[in-house]
Design a protein around this ligand. Structure first.
Ligand code: AGP
Length: 589
């Protein structure tokens, strides 16, 4: 997703902007740019490709500037469409989607204005420039322009001749910060965190004006707002890779610690108020996207099986359109690593509008989702830099499994222990190195299928997503019993099949699917704790993992699948940390 950095202060802005953009690279992007204000004049420098391409701009003069990494929504990835966008005296960067951009563009064209990009964002520069000529005040011009926009935006705006940066936020995260060395704005805290700085998260509809003296916040009526600025000094800076070649490989290895810390933290966060709500809860709705959606599916299996509570899982992007019947005493659980996923935020707000209480399971403190929810169950996975979610998935499972056991206790039902899962995850990591040898058969695959039943199916779905998103291989996670009802037609010698079999009660039936695909020539790879299955003649190779309660088995079975995806991506020549087209946090709907 797009990244924004803005600065004004004592120092030259260019180095501050470029270093800030480097800290936002993990979000995923395709082009980048900066604009500097020097001696009242604007200079824009933007390139397609990586932030490194902006290095020639590091020596540019000027103590005020804005920077941007662009993840394309409207307009192809190109230098022409890179931000900042400039029109007249105005220059801006934008994160979000202006939904009425086409109509506004036509209005500008009708006035004889010409556009230099295909983006929705440039429309805002045209609007602000026109209104600035009326107002001769940048903050008021930005406020009036935002009144014309529908959709989502986070803006940082410069104007020739004005030593200030004006910011605006609507459904796209933006933090403002201040320190001895000046004032800042950024899409996420990591880009501006430093000892001695304080920050605050702009709320929807708020504006900010950054000057050398600091940062002021204004409400939608441009009345000053007194906001509490929190210290950014102890914010987790962007971690390094340590001895690992990639963040993803490091983060896979950090899963046991993420599990252990989250289990400990979750127990603390289930307070009496939340316990009371859980006791009154009769239905659970889960809203999430991508990997978080898969952790919701894993939780659903455990909650129904252990806590006997009706649970439904929704793709957050579908939730509002489905308009599910609001059952009484429904608790909606919104799961999101970033806490900024627009679809999940929108679903959580829709649930609240329908009278449901919302519990957020998220990995980022002070995220939009955390601030929107009634209750929070934080995960403690630490910063997850790779776009592909790994340790955050297991951390989500840890928090959700604690919730599941709490629900069971509230219903006087026995709940399996979660103690030892972190140790078992470490053991699984140690045993999964063998999957690297599977890689050659996957690199030539026409497509790959991941099969499982029950909780194993959930792990299979997550394993498939991991492989797709970083190797770019076509892949599908499938209920093992469903394959023969059509999809089996796709199976042949060029479609490796990974079967997850961690529930003894379901093993025979899942192995039926293994026999079916083996009979069609597909090489079969097994993830299982059962040695007898590993010796089956249909099995090409097996990742033998430790046993645990079947309801919690995705916590372990996902590990070899994550490693498989990582090694196949490398063999395909891809950067597993920054897969093409993807962003770490999708803050647009
Ligand atoms: C998973 O590897 C992807 N990065 C993606 O599916 C992600 O899980 C999804 O976009 C949800 O993100 P969130 O957890 O930050 O809401």
């Amino acid at each position: 997703m797009c990244g924004i950095v803005a600065y004004i202060g004592k120092k030259r802005a260019a180095p501050v902007l470029l270093d800030g953009l480097k800290k936002l690279e993990y979000r995923g992007y395709d082009c980048a740019g900066v604009a500097l204000l020097f001696d009242g004049k604007l200079e824009v420098f933007k390139r397609q490709g990586r932030v490194e391409a902006l290095e020639p701009a590091r020596t540019l003069a000027g103590n005020a500037g804005i920077g941007h990494t662009r993840w394309a929504t409207h307009g192809a990835p190109s230098e022409r469409n890179a931000h900042p966008h400039r029109y007249g005296r105005i220059c801006l960067v934008h994160n979000g989607i202006i939904e009425n951009a086409d109509a506004l563009r036509r209005e500008c064209l009708a006035r004889g204005e010409r556009f230099s990009s295909d983006t929705d964002s440039e429309v805002a520069a045209h609007l602000i420039d026109g209104l600035y000529q009326e107002e001769n005040d940048l903050l008021r011009a930005v406020r009036r322009a935002c009144g014309r926009l529908s959709g989502s935006y986070a803006f940082a705006v410069l104007c020739e001749g004005r030593e200030e940066v004006v910011c605006a936020r609507m459904r796209s995260p933006l933090i403002v910060a201040k320190g001895e060395d000046g004032a800042f704005a950024a899409s996420d805290i990591g880009a501006v965190a430093a000892p001695g700085r304080q920050g605050c998260v702009l709320e929807d509809g708020e504006f900010a004006r950054l000057t050398r003296e600091g940062a002021e916040v204004f409400d939608a009526h441009l009345h000053p707002v007194r906001r509490t600025f929190f210290s950014l000094g102890d914010e987790e800076a962007l971690p390094g890779k340590g001895e690992y070649p990639h963040f993803m490989r490091k983060e896979i290895a950090e899963a046991p610690s993420a599990i252990e810390k989250t289990l400990f933290e979750a127990e603390k966060h289930i307070n009496s108020q939340l316990c009371e709500v859980l006791c009154q809860t009769e239905y659970l709705d889960i809203v999430a996207c991508g990997t978080a959606y898969h952790s919701g599916l894993c939780f659903q299996y455990a909650a129904e099986r252990i806590a006997h509570i009706r649970t439904e899982v929704f793709s957050a992007s579908e939730y509002r359109d489905l308009q599910p019947v609001a059952m009484p005493h429904t608790l909606t659980i919104a799961v999101s690593q970033s806490g900024e996923t627009a679809d999940t935020l929108a679903a959580a707000q829709a649930a609240k509008a329908r009278g449901c209480r919302v519990l957020a399971v998220t990995n980022v403190a002070r995220s939009s989702l955390e601030r929107a929810a009634d209750f929070v169950l934080p995960t403690r996975a630490g910063r997850e830099v790779a776009v592909a979610a790994t340790k955050s998935f297991q951390a989500q499972l840890a928090a959700l499994y604690v919730l599941c056991t709490q629900l069971a206790k509230g219903r006087n039902l026995p709940a399996p222990s979660l103690a030892g899962l972190a140790v078992l995850a470490a053991e699984t990591l140690a045993r999964s190195a063998a999957v690297e040898a599977w890689v050659p058969l996957f690199c030539e695959a026409r497509s790959v299928f991941f099969l499982g039943r029950g909780a194993d199916r959930c792990a299979a779905l997550e394993g498939s997503l991991k492989l797709k998103e970083i190797s770019y291989l076509p892949s599908e996670g499938y209920a093992a019993g469903e394959l023969k009802h059509g999809t089996l037609a796709l199976v042949d010698g060029r479609t490796p099949v990974v079967a997850v079999v961690c529930d003894e009660a379901l093993a025979d039936r899942t192995m039926n699917a293994v026999h079916e695909v083996y009979a069609r020539g597909a090489p079969v790879f097994l993830v299982t704790p059962f040695e007898a299955l590993a010796r089956a003649r249909e099995v090409t190779a097996c990742a033998l993992i430790p046993r645990c309660d079947p309801a919690f088995s995705p916590m372990l079975s996902v590990i070899p699948l994550q490693l498989l995806a990582y090694h196949v991506a490398l063999a395909c020549g891809n950067d597993p940390d920054k897969p093409r087209n993807l962003a770490k946090s999708v803050t647009v709907e």
